[in-house]
Design a protein. Structure first.
Length: 436
C-alpha cells in the first residue's frame, strides 16, 4: 500500500469510526479504519497490534477441512457432531478468541455432550477469580487509571511491548480529570526485570522471582506497621529493601496509585500467593490513600469468556459438565493439564496466537485425539485437526460482545461481509446435529 493516496482514491474508501480493536486486551474503541472493497487500507491511530489483527491473512469457505481434505461446511458440522457424541470427555477451550455470544453456545454444546469447559487462557496464568473468593481484590477500570492515577507501578510487565497503546491511552501519557498534565502529573515505577517500560519509568527496582514473596511481605509489614526480621529480609532483598521502603512512602503520599501486573508477577509456579499478598497490602493502604490492582491480560475476550462460564455454571473460569451438573476443580481441570495427562478424548478449540506457546505435552495429545478447530486465520500448528471450520473474524466481519482486560464489556461490530458462518452459528449448527 502506498504511503499516500490520491484524493480520488480516498473518496472511494469506506470509513469506519470508533472501531473496537480485538488486537489485545486493551480493546481500544477509538480506531478509524478505512476499507476498500473489504480490504483494510489504513488504521488510525497507528498500532502494530491492530494492524496484525485486521490485516492477518483471512480464511475462506475453501479452507474448510476434514483431516486436511477440503469439504463443505455441512459435512464438517456433521463430523464434528459425531466426534463429540462419541467422546466420553471432550474438552472445550480457547474460548477467549471468540465473542461472548459464541461462548454461551459452546457451553450449551458442552452441556449437551457432557464436556469440560475451560475459559482461562491456556498459557497466561490469571488467579483473579480464586483470589477474589479468598482474600478479595481491589480493582479498577482502565478509565479510572486514566482519570485518577497519579502513581503507577508496573510490576513484572512490559505494556510498551505487549499492550502498545496502554501507556499512551491509559497509564502514563493520557490526561485525566485529576491528572490534567498527563505524564508530568504521574510518578511511574518499574519493578522486576529491565524492559522497555521500566526504562521509561521515573525509577526502577530490580527484583527477581526469588525475591518476590519477600518483597511483598516487606510491603505488608510496612503498611500494617509491624516489625520485621531485618537481617533475614535484607539477606533476601539486599538493595531492594531500601527501595521498597521508599516506594511505600511514595504510595502513602500519592492520591491514587495503581499496580499494573503482568505475566512475570503472576507466576504459575507461585500459584495465587503473589496476588493474594499484594491484595493484602493494598487493602490497609486505603486508611491513608486510595489504590487498586490492574492486570495486563491478553486479548481479545478471555475475561469475557470467563465471565460467561461463571454466569452459566457458577464457577470462575471453567467447569466439568460430564456428570450432568457443573463441577469445579481449577487445579486439575485446566486445559493444559488435562491434555498433558491425556485425560480427554476429544477437543473443540478456537485458534489463536496462544497455540504457539502451548506446552509440548498438550500439543502431542491434540495430535492424537479427534479435534475440532474453529478459526478466522489459517491454522498454524504442527497437527492436522479432524475438522477445521473457517469462521468470521470478530470485529471485522462478525459482531457481538467482548470484554476488555478490566472486565468492561464492549460491542464489536462487522465492518465487512465474508461468506462464512459466525462462530455462534457454527456452534449452533453442530449442536443441532447432536442428540440429547
Amino acid at each position: 500500500m502506498p504511503n499516500r493516496m490520491t484524493e480520488a482514491e480516498t473518496s472511494q474508501l469506506e470509513i469506519h469510526d470508533d472501531v473496537p480493536c480485538p488486537g489485545c486486551g486493551c480493546l481500544c474503541d477509538d480506531l478509524t479504519i478505512a476499507l476498500d472493497g473489504g480490504q483494510v487500507k489504513s488504521i488510525e491511530p497507528a498500532c502494530a497490534m491492530a494492524t496484525a489483527y485486521f490485516r492477518h491473512p483471512h480464511v475462506s469457505a475453501d479452507d474448510c477441512r476434514l483431516d486436511g481434505n477440503t469439504v463443505n461446511t455441512e459435512d464438517a458440522y456433521q463430523r464434528a457432531a459425531e466426534i463429540l457424541q462419541t467422546a466420553k470427555a471432550p474438552l472445550f477451550f480457547g474460548l477467549g478468541e471468540t465473542t461472548s455470544e459464541a461462548v454461551r453456545k459452546a457451553i450449551d454444546l458442552a452441556d449437551r455432550v457432557g464436556g469440560i469447559v475451560d475459559a482461562t487462557h491456556p498459557t497466561f496464568y490469571d488467579p483473579t477469580g480464586r483470589t477474589i473468593q479468598t482474600t478479595g481484590l481491589v480493582t479498577c477500570s482502565l478509565g479510572e487509571i486514566r482519570q485518577r492515577a497519579d502513581m503507577v507501578i508496573f510490576w513484572g510487565c512490559d505494556p510498551l511491548s505487549t499492550h502498545l497503546r496502554h501507556w499512551q491511552r491509559y497509564s502514563a501519557e493520557a490526561t485525566g480529570r485529576f491528572v490534567p498534565g498527563g505524564r508530568s502529573d504521574r510518578t511511574l515505577v518499574g519493578i522486576g526485570s529491565s524492559n522497555k517500560t521500566t526504562d521509561a519509568c521515573d525509577s526502577f527496582i530490580p527484583l527477581d522471582s526469588a525475591q518476590q514473596i519477600a518483597a511483598l511481605h516487606h510491603l505488608i509489614s510496612l503498611a500494617q506497621g509491624k516489625p520485621g526480621n531485618h537481617a533475614a529480609r535484607n539477606a533476601v532483598l539486599r538493595d531492594a529493601s531500601e527501595s521498597l521502603a521508599e516506594l511505600y512512602e511514595q504510595l502513602c503520599s500519592s492520591k491514587y496509585f495503581v499496580f499494573v501486573l503482568g505475566e512475570a508477577f503472576l507466576r504459575r509456579e507461585a500459584g495465587r500467593v503473589p496476588l493474594e499478598l499484594l491484595a493484602q497490602f493494598v487493602r490497609p493502604m486505603h486508611e491513608q490513600t486510595r489504590g487498586a490492582i490492574s492486570i495486563l491480560r491478553p486479548g481479545p475476550n478471555w475475561v469475557g469468556a470467563g465471565g460467561v462460564v461463571a454466569s452459566r455454571t457458577g464457577y470462575p473460569g471453567g467447569a466439568a459438565l460430564t456428570q450432568g451438573i457443573p463441577q469445579f476443580d481449577p487445579d486439575n481441570l485446566s486445559a493444559t493439564k488435562l491434555l498433558a495427562q491425556s485425560r480427554v478424548d476429544a477437543a473443540v478449540l478456537w485458534e489463536g496466537p496462544w497455540l504457539a506457546d502451548l506446552p509440548d505435552e498438550a500439543r502431542q495429545t491434540l495430535a492424537q485425539i479427534p479435534t475440532v478447530v474453529l478459526g478466522h486465520r489459517p491454522l498454524s500448528s504442527d497437527f492436522t485437526p479432524s475438522v477445521f471450520l473457517p469462521i468470521k473474524r470478530p470485529g471485522y466481519s462478525d459482531e457481538g460482545t467482548m470484554s476488555r482486560m478490566d472486565d468492561m464489556p464492549l460491542p464489536v461490530r462487522a465492518l465487512a461481509q465474508e461468506n462464512l458462518p459466525a462462530a455462534e452459528e457454527a456452534v449452533q449448527a453442530i449442536l443441532e446435529r447432536t442428540t440429547a
